[in-house]
Design a protein around this ligand. Structure first.
Ligand SMILES: NC(=O)N[C@@H](O)C(=O)O
Ligand code: NI
Length: 168
């Protein structure tokens, strides 16, 4: 089965979380004597369950071998997780609708144009970071704290084949 890759838009991604970009800020205004534009309140961080706290990390991802195979999915039941490319690299996002165990027909794939990041809402099924072209650094905002914040699940084969992304 080949999973179609769609351009990432805030509306299409809304069931899964938020798009992080200057275009999706809830407000924007000049600060610092007009030398800076604040793109304000773009995305929310939801990590407080069971005493969690927000942390900032950097993920350095290496490109995935092509064709990109989608064999498993994961979710973080206690907190959101945000990814923002630090040097404008395109990257792929794979999510599943609903909270039941993902099935091939509940998967959706998007591609960021490199100016867009994403926040996966708490408990949203997603594939771990999928880097495309070169080693890429991403700023990550997610949760540190007690409790089990990672569920993983393997995906079944479809007609005997691994699900791949329809992206050359
Ligand atoms: N495991 C980890 O920290 N990363 C994943 O959660 C991911 O979504 O890439
Ligand atoms: Ni994750």
């Amino acid at each position: 089965m080949k999973l179609k890759v769609e351009p990432l838009t805030a509306d299409d991604f809304a069931p899964f979380g938020e798009v992080i970009s200057t275009a999706t800020a809830r407000d924007s205004y000049k600060i610092n004597l007009g030398t800076t534009t604040r793109f304000h309140d773009i995305s929310r961080v939801d990590v407080g369950d069971q005493g969690g706290a927000p942390i900032i990390s950097i993920f350095r991802g290496t490109p995935r071998a092509k064709p990109i195979e989608i064999k498993m999915m994961e979710r973080h039941p206690l907190g959101s997780q945000a990814f923002m490319p630090l040097a404008g690299q395109k990257f792929l996002i794979v999510v599943a609708s609903g909270t039941d165990t993902p099935t091939p027909d509940t998967l959706r794939a998007f591609i960021s144009d490199g100016t867009q990041g994403v926040t996966y809402a708490k408990n949203v099924w997603h594939h771990p970071l999928l880097v495309l072209e070169s080693d890429s650094d991403f700023l990550i905002v997610d949760r540190s704290g007690p409790g089990e914040n990672l569920n993983e699940v393997d995906l079944p084969l479809v007609d005997g084949a691994v699900i791949t992304l329809d992206w050359s």
